[in-house]
Write a protein of this length. Structure first.
Length: 442
């Protein structure tokens, strides 16, 4: 494709739609695929192409096998920049979702000495200062290793805020930091060139404000022109690049997105244990949604088929009664069965697939036009069961970026055209599910 500004791989599905939303809502038409597509001709007018992946919940061995062919395909698109997108909380470990290993694979394939990394994204209330990561929760900003949720993540708890130390556990590549004092200076270009000249490794650029975000965007664009097209980080990469592209007249004005309006019934499946999702479920069930509690162990155990059939039957009953429904495997951290689930090999992936199958059957049986999947890891495995091949942005949610309403595309008639939202565990206001049901942007 010609005139492509960016290609990217998202390490989970909610993060991938986060990038798509950031780009599309700022005048960069974007198509997101669920795997390497056989053809992309019908999306030829897009300026960005992404692939939604699952590497956030995978092993380094999985990455070696699966990321190399995906990165090779993305490189073949010849976009100005190729982005390995990770969660803005940077949660990862040497054994699961190893960001360092992914950077190594991309660095080798793109044959570049330095891989720029941007994690801070003020739009998402994520900030980096002198290499340390901070994130907001309930109106208060925490160092990530003291964050009430991410420091206790059930799979990859963030116990280190210094991202140079965090990455050192995942890769031998040295990490240099372009700190807040450096990125703001008038001679930042020269300082960064001196920092990277003749060196191999990772270059972490601090972002804590609109000013430093614009400066980081300038550096990403400048470093790409010097042969460092492969970058890593959160959707802070895109938010930073938008400033650089707009300054050079490369992108159009922000488009208008018309709210699609309310649907009578909405189906939601949730595998999230986040307290944010807990509040959202409780708010929805207090306001006309039916809540159905699912036993995650039953959905991955010997009686999985019966449990799945029972879940579908319960969901159909609510929908036939004219009510929206949320089928969930947990209500907050206190209901987390992660320890029990992890004792069963492959159970987390199968749980996500089971939730996706439940949702697809509800869509098929009740002819639903809109649905939601809650939970980052859940979305990565559940969406594939809907037989969707690609997504585009239908309605950005500027008040809670990272969880847009999307349009699904594919050859399966019952989900082609489906309106679907993928919501990370900690994303969205308390009335998120009603907001999606009502098809409103705020």
């Amino acid at each position: 494709m010609s005139n492509l500004l960016l290609s990217y791989y998202g390490d989970d599905f909610t993060g991938s739609t986060d990038v798509m939303e950031a780009l599309a809502s700022n005048g960069v038409p974007t198509a997101l695929f669920l795997g390497v597509p056989s053809e992309i001709e019908r999306f030829k007018d897009c300026r960005a192409i992404g692939i939604a992946g699952t590497s956030r919940s995978e092993t380094p061995q999985w990455m070696d096998e699966h990321l190399t062919p995906v990165f090779t395909w993305l490189k073949s698109l010849d976009a100005a920049i190729c982005h390995y997108k990770v969660c803005s909380t940077f949660d990862s470990s040497p054994k699961v979702g190893n960001i360092g290993r992914a950077i190594e694979i991309g660095k080798a394939l793109f044959a570049q000495s330095v891989v720029p990394v941007v994690v801070g994204a003020p739009q998402l209330k994520r900030y980096t200062a002198f290499g340390h990561l901070f994130a907001a929760y309930q109106g208060q900003v925490f160092r990530i290793d003291r964050h009430p949720v991410m420091s206790r993540h059930p799979v990859t708890p963030m116990d280190e805020a210094d991202l140079t130390l965090h990455l050192s556990k995942q890769t031998p590549l040295p990490v240099s930091v372009v700190d807040l004092a450096t990125i703001r200076t008038a001679d930042a270009d020269a300082r960064i060139d001196a920092l990277t000249g003749g060196k191999e490794g990772i270059l972490l650029l601090d972002v804590d404000s609109a000013e430093t975000q614009a400066a980081a965007g300038h550096q990403l664009w400048r470093l790409a022109s010097k042969g460092n097209a492969f970058v890593a980080g959160s959707s802070g990469v895109e938010y930073a690049l938008l400033d650089a592209w707009r300054n050079e007249g490369l992108i159009d004005e922000k488009p208008e997105f018309a709210p699609p309006g309310k649907v009578d019934r909405l189906a939601v499946v949730s595998g999230s244990v986040s307290p944010t999702t807990e509040r959202q479920i409780r708010r929805a069930t207090a306001d006309s949604f039916d809540g159905i509690d699912l036993d995650p162990l039953s959905l991955v155990g010997e009686s999985a088929e019966r449990a799945l059939d029972a879940a579908v039957a319960a969901g159909v009953a609510s929908l036939k009664a004219g009510r929206s429904v949320i089928l969930h495997t947990a209500l907050g951290p206190s209901a987390d069965r992660g320890g029990d689930i992890d004792r069963i090999p492959g159970a987390r992936h199968r749980l996500g697939q089971a939730l996706g199958t439940i949702l697809r059957r509800l869509i098929e049986q009740e002819n639903l036009g809109r649905a939601v999947i809650a939970g980052g890891d859940t979305s990565s495995h559940a969406l594939k069961e809907l037989r969707v091949e690609a997504l585009t942005t239908l309605l950005p949610l500027p008040q809670t970026p990272g969880s847009p309403l999307c349009t699904a595309h594919g050859s399966y008639a019952l989900t082609n055209g489906l309106q679907i939202a993928l919501k990370g565990g900690q994303v969205g206001t308390d009335d998120y599910f009603a907001q999606i049901r009502d098809g409103r942007g705020s």
